[in-house]
Design a binder for this molecule. Sequence first.
Ligand code: SF4
Length: 258
Amino acid sequence: MVTILFHSTIFGPVHSRRLGTSLGVNLSPVDGKVCSFDCVYCEAGYNSQGTGKSGLPSREDVARQLESKLKEMSAAGEPLDVITFSGNGEPTMHPDFEGVIDDTLALRDRYYPGAKVSVLCNSTRLDREGVVNGLRKVDNCILKLDSALTPTMRLIDQPVSKTFTCEYVIPQLEAFGDKCIIQTMMLRGNHDGKHIDNTTPGEVDALIEAYKRIKPREVMLYSIDRATPESDLQKVEREELESIACRMRDAGITVQVS
Ligand code: SF4
């Protein structure tokens, strides 16, 4: 099984097509994965690898390590476009998520006032006040919606909660409206004897209806880029992503393909 973990709380900076020069913050353990989804395409591998022994970093540790890295980069004259929360799991599962965001925004203002703060979030915890508050403060709140049809979403994302549905999450995404960017992974393949394909006309129509309800700032469409824990998955090539994006744009949605 593929298990490519980030072995530190602060990682990078790395250059990302989507986000520019990005310094990563991993609020999950440095030796395991903690996520409320178990996506078939997760670059960190499946949840079954375990949560490791290190535990979640404390709010204080995150601030200390981030400040030390920002100080070092600033002294060296290194550029920075964005501080991105991603890593070995779901950042909003950190119990001090809102506090970590407050610290990060203060450090950003001190060392790199022109940089953005982005959070890649799987949208499973939008029913928690601290999570919503934290997400509303950042520049780029990037929320996952891989399918607007619950059976497909459950095949792709494998939520840990048996009751998590699109009907539950879409109204929560609507509450963010243009304060959020929706990120959708397009893919085809097979997992556990079931076929997965969120590129069919029916899937795209359902996504368009959901985006029209949510009214996000923009939609980011992307596909598989690296090794996935389920090996029987196919990347959707850029040309096809662009043609799906065209249909969405025709419906009035701002779409970026990456
Ligand atoms: S939500 Fe992100 S971290 Fe969690 S399983 Fe999916 S891809 Fe991996």
